[in-house]
Design a protein around this ligand. Structure first.
Ligand code: ADE
Ligand code: ZN
Length: 337
């Protein structure tokens, strides 16, 4: 059994984190109070009791409702900084975080409020904690292409602060190809591309994300394991998968964490990483996700996961090498081996 200090001490990146999904029930109350809005819960316990999901859509309904308390730049700043403070204790040295601007613009909260608030929180995390980060703009796939194009246009003044576009929300019935043109426009603007695919959707959606959207990284990708040809291709291309164990369990993507495919992915040579997705809703931050799969993996595999998190990041080669050197130094000094 791995010592817990090994899991928390290992330098690592988080590559799949929805910042709106880091909204803790206590924060929900605090933001509601200071913004003078009411929420349909009367206690933190009542909120937590509502976090029982049969599938992705059950979760999304409550997640979008929760985001309604985010109204001001200060809210977005505080949300981001609170996330970075928590994962600082988990050994996170770099994070690439998603935000869902359409969840906010649809409620009349300007794009600028979310973007500037998050960028300020990210800058504070670097200054106060030494954690570097990048921002990824996700399009909500249940909305139409026109809405995604409007969002991309709104984002233009922030393009130098946005590393990539992504695709999230309800997967089934909304294949990646629905967004082929907006992803092409984002690529032309110099943005990288990621997409959720193969969380609930079939292997065909993963193929579309690769072939039609031209993704640089695959979010989830669990169902790629049903398709031998796809596995071979992901290994050959060295595609990074951002896998989210506690999310997979809470959203019934896997029935039992003991059967999680992470060990099989690594054994096949896939570049898999561990991530938290929506930690406030799924019961754990990044180290909790490493802990959740630790019984399935040995020490070497844990080191591989941490290395993969930097190799799959959008950091420069020099920055990746510096982070890998931090892992090497930690492993060399680790007394628990
Ligand atoms: N938005 C937030 N979390 C998500 C997930 N796991 N899948 C799709 N959309 C999401
Ligand atoms: Zn996600």
């Amino acid at each position: 059994m791995l010592d817990d200090s090994f899991i928390t001490g290992l330098p690592k990146a988080e590559l799949h984190l929805h910042i709106e999904g880091s909204l803790e029930p206590e924060q929900m109350f605090a933001f509601a109070r200071r913004n003078r809005i009411s929420i349909p819960f009367d206690s933190v316990e009542a909120i937590r009791a509502a976090y029982s999901f049969g599938n992705l859509q059950d979760f999304l309904d409550i997640y979008y409702q929760g985001a309604d308390v985010l109204r001001t730049e200060r809210d977005f700043h505080d949300l981001a900084l609170a996330y970075f403070r928590r994962v600082h204790a988990d050994g996170v040295t770099h994070a690439e975080i998603f935000f869902d601007p359409q969840t906010h613009t649809a409620r009349g909260i300007p794009f600028q409020v979310a973007a500037d608030g998050l960028c300020a929180g990210m800058a504070a995390a670097q200054a106060q904690l030494g954690i570097t980060s990048k921002l990824i703009l996700c399009f909500l796939r249940h909305l139409d292409e026109g809405d995604a194009f409007e969002t991309l246009a709104m984002a233009e003044p922030w393009f130098d602060q946005i590393a990539a576009v992504g695709l999230d929300s309800s997967e089934l019935g909304h294949p990646p190809s629905k967004f082929s043109r907006v992803f092409a426009a984002a690529a032309s603007a110099g943005l990288k591309r990621v997409a959720h695919a193969g969380e609930e959707g079939p292997p065909e959606y993963v193929r579309e994300a690769l072939d039609v959207l031209g993704i640089d990284r695959l979010d989830h990708g669990n169902r790629a394991m049903e398709d031998e040809g796809l596995i071979t291709r992901l290994v050959r291309q060295g595609t990074t998968l951002t896998v989210c164990p506690l999310s997979n369990h809470k959203l019934c993507v896997v029935d039992d964490l003991a059967d999680h495919p992470i060990a099989a992915m690594l054994k096949r040579g896939m570049r898999a990483t561990i991530n938290s997705d929506d930690p406030a809703y799924f019961g754990g931050y990044l180290a909790d996700n490493y802990r959740a799969v630790a019984p399935l993996l040995d020490r070497g595999a844990m080191i591989t996961l941490a290395r993969n998190s930097f190799l799959g990041s959008f950091l420069s080669d020099a920055e990746v090498n510096a982070q890998l050197a931090r892992i090497d130094a930690f492993v060399a000094a680790d007394a628990t081996a």
